[in-house]
Design a binder for this molecule. Structure first.
Ligand code: AP5
Length: 219
């Protein structure tokens, strides 16, 4: 069966990662989250991590050439192991989108759908501020809608949950500005194709998942 390629597009904290993980696990897709890969490298202290940290901590985008090399490397390593790929938080610029098209064309592949999570700014800010992450297993919580069972401890690892450094209010507003300037133009870019689908990201996690499942299975 030919592999499928999906892009989850949307503002910071729209719920892309939550849904990408759910869909990837349920339907056997490989999730490529450039944010998670970069944070892993930051934690490990790799050369890439050192470079990435200076951008992430200020809410800026890591340069396109670094991101495209990273994605190409991941695609090469994981091709043929699942039903396809979900790009979560990538591409984030027109240059990344064009670079991705070239990478896919090299293997006669193409994007199947671009799913845009439409969420208003107030909700985005609330979701980011209230996000907490387990430093060990990386499970994502939300103090408002998905709190841990006890205090601020991970339900699985029982270690204290942390706030991402870029979820502090001043960095969130920088990330939002970068999103509007660099990533929002991708909405029009992909609207020109017949691959663009918009979903209401304001709904609950469960309701968003129902809409997404229809999109993924409806092809
Ligand atoms: P990245 O990690 O990709 O951050 P992002 O795009 O800003 O997305 P988030 O991870 O913040 O949010 P999400 O949409 O996945 O939401 P989530 O599901 O967690 O990137 C971080 C940084 O890395 C960037 O700023 C940049 O520096 C760098 N970077 C990454 N990719 C790059 C690229 N391609 N190019 C250049 N630089 C790059 O949900 C958020 C919260 O809301 C959680 O608490 C969750 O529990 C909750 N939630 C989720 N869905 C719902 C719902 N439906 N209702 C209520 N709460 C919900």
């Amino acid at each position: 069966m030919k592999e499928k390629f999906y892009i989850f597009l949307g503002p910071p904290g729209a719920g892309k990662g939550t849904q990408a993980k759910y869909i990837a696990d349920k339907f056997n897709y490989h999730q490529i989250s450039t944010g998670d890969i970069l944070r892993y490298n930051v934690d490990q202290g790799t050369e890439l991590g050192k470079i990435a940290h200076s951008y992430i901590s200020e809410g800026k985008l890591v340069p396109d050439d670094i991101i495209l090399d990273l994605v190409k490397d991941y695609l090469g390593r994981f091709r043929g192991q699942a039903n396809g790929f979900i790009f979560d938080g990538f591409p984030r610029t027109i240059d990344q989108a064009e670079g991705l098209n070239e990478i896919l064309q090299e293997n006669q592949n193409k994007i199947d759908k671009v799913i845009y999570f439409n969420v208003d700014e107030q909700t985005i800010i609330a979701r980011n501020i209230n996000r907490r992450v387990c430093p060990k297993c990386k499970k994502v919580y939300n103090l408002l809608v998905k709190p841990p069972e006890h205090d601020l401890l991970c339900d699985i690892c029982q270690v204290e949950l942390l706030q991402r450094e870029d979820d502090k209010p001043d960095v969130i507003s920088d990330r939002l500005n970068v999103y509007k300037a660099k990533t929002e133009p991708l909405i029009d870019f992909y609207k020109q194709t017949d691959k663009f689908v918009e979903i209401n990201g304001q709904l609950s996690v469960e309701q968003v998942a129902i809409h997404l499942e229809k999109e993924i299975n409806g092809i």
